[in-house]
Design a binder for this molecule. Structure first.
Ligand code: DX5
Ligand code: ZN
Length: 218
């Protein structure tokens, strides 16, 4: 099963409920929320109160991508706000095992996000405990950047390790995904596809969502 996860970072914030309705009409599976603090990444987005608002207008699972310093401080807040998936960055969290347990104990799926330059080997020993791995295919911080090609090798590698070791984690890709590259990334074994600007800046949100969904459905 392949899932499309529109990132509301590129949505029109003055019409959030409508924008979410548009992606739902196109068959979106998950709503991706990018949380940025201006320290871990050079941009500030929004916090748990926006996730609470999103929760009120959709029944879709909410995927919260924490690009913030010491994300453990806010895990419960985001789960209370309605997050179903939470990812924290390997580059930021020293005690990854502890934070992942915190996420799971509070009832959400737990994932680790890795920057383009972070290798799989750093998280290999913990893969068996993960619900998902988020492979950043741009440097985190902004929507609308270009897909970094070498990151696809890590998706391929994660897919191979998963079958070799008979593990269950999902592989999520985030950054620069559009109709020109989503098929190739899917072929590498990716399961969850985040797309922000390709959907919300397309001129027809519902049609583009549908188009991307149809490509990954194969
Ligand atoms: C980047 C974010 C992404 C971003 C993707 O730091 O993690 O989720 O919204 O946007 P696009 O699809 O425009 O690259
Ligand atoms: Zn993201």
């Amino acid at each position: 099963m392949k899932y499309l996860a529109p990132s509301i970072l590129s949505a029109d914030f003055t019409n959030m409920a409508q924008q979410i309705r548009y992606v739902e009409m196109g068959g979106a599976d998950i709503i991706h929320c990018d949380i940025m603090d201006g320290i871990f990444v050079p941009n500030i987005s929004f916090g748990a109160s926006v996730v609470t608002a999103v929760r009120k207008v959709t029944k879709l699972p909410i995927d919260v991508h924490l690009m913030i310093k010491s994300p453990d401080r806010f895990v419960k807040d985001f789960i209370n706000a309605g997050a179903n998936y939470i990812s924290v960055h390997a580059e930021e969290v020293v005690h990854l095992d502890r934070v992942l347990n915190l996420i799971k104990e509070n009832g959400a799926y737990a994932g680790i996000a890795i920057n383009p330059s972070t290798g799989i080997s750093y998280i290999e020993s913990i893969l068996e405990t993960l619900d998902f791995v988020l492979v950043m295919s741009v440097n985190p911080g902004f929507g609308g950047q270009k897909f970094i090609k070498y990151t696809a090798n890590k998706i391929n590698e994660l897919n191979k390790i998963r079958s070799l070791k008979n593990l269950n984690y999902k592989i999520e890709v985030d950054g620069g995904i559009d109709k020109s590259n989503i098929k190739e990334v899917s072929n590498y074994g990716c399961d969850i596809f985040v797309a922000g600007s390709a959907i919300f800046h397309s001129g027809n949100i519902t049609a583009t969502t549908l188009e991307l969904k149809n490509i990954i459905k194969g």
